[in-house]
Write a protein that binds this ligand. Structure first.
Ligand code: PGA
Length: 242
């Protein structure tokens, strides 16, 4: 079983109705037993899945408000996620940063609120193609990571961080395992130097597929994967869990 020790987080983004989500999860349940499998769902599908299958699989959100509560039409707070027993929440996904203009300061607030409400954060960081080409990868990752983590470093002992190069997401061009190893090892050293007490649980995300999954999981630096597109297909998801 691939995910008895390593972690698989599926990010379903804005896909699947409640009926489609229910059918998928119901069929998936027999295959997840004994494995670390989590699915990040759109808000409307989250509570029904926690109610129906929450004892078998972990479900979480894809984002959260940076405000604790108030007049923020359309937003969902960390306290509300805690109220439905969401297991985790993704923050700082590059689609949120780019399409919804989320800044490092907003991501830092989200992290703080999730910790205050006992929801496990999954912090996404990643460089664009231009940043990679101009040799700025580590600089960008350091800024995204430390701006979120430093203000709350005394409030946690470990953190799940997903390294998702923006150029690899939804592009069918995953980073190579060598590239991922290089970045993760530099990141680990950086965190060790700046916040020795924090243990990072490092995921790779960006065009993970049945073809390249094992090349990432075989690395001792990779604790798991964050999968978008490939996790939407039932047969592919099932094969991942072999
Ligand atoms: P992808 O998405 O697997 O479709 O590249 C990953 C993500 O955005 O988390």
């Amino acid at each position: 079983m691939r995910f008895s020790k390593k972690l698989l987080i599926a990010n379903w983004k804005m896909h699947k109705t409640l009926a489609e989500t229910t059918d998928f999860c119901e069929a998936l349940v027999p295959f997840v037993s004994g494995q670390n499998v989590k699915i990040a769902l759109p808000f409307v599908n989250l509570y029904p899945m926690i109610e129906a299958f929450g004892s078998k699989m972990a479900f979480g959100a894809q984002t959260v408000s940076e405000h604790p509560e108030g007049a923020f039409t359309g937003e969902i707070s960390a306290k509300m996620l805690d109220g439905i027993h969401a297991a985790f929440c993704i923050i700082g996904h590059s689609e949120r940063r780019k399409l919804y203009h989320e800044t490092d300061a907003m991501v830092a607030k989200k992290l703080e609120l999730l910790l205050a409400n006992n929801i496990q954060p999954v912090l996404c960081i990643g460089e664009t193609f231009e940043e990679k080409e101009s040799g700025q990868t580590l600089f960008v990752l350091e800024k995204q990571l430390l701006s979120a983590v430093l203000p709350v470093k005394d409030k946690m002992t470990q953190l799940v961080v997903a390294y998702e190069p923006v150029w690899a997401i939804g592009s069918s061009k995953a980073a190579t395992p060598e590239e991922v190893n290089q970045v993760l090892s530099e990141l680990s050293q950086l965190v060790q130097k700046k916040i020795g007490s924090l243990k990072l649980i490092l995921l790779y995300g960006g065009s993970v597929s049945s073809l390249n999954l094992d090349s990432f999981l075989n690395s001792h630096l990779v604790d798991g994967v964050l999968v978008g597109g490939a996790s939407l297909d039932f047969e592919t998801f099932k094969n991942f869990l072999r």
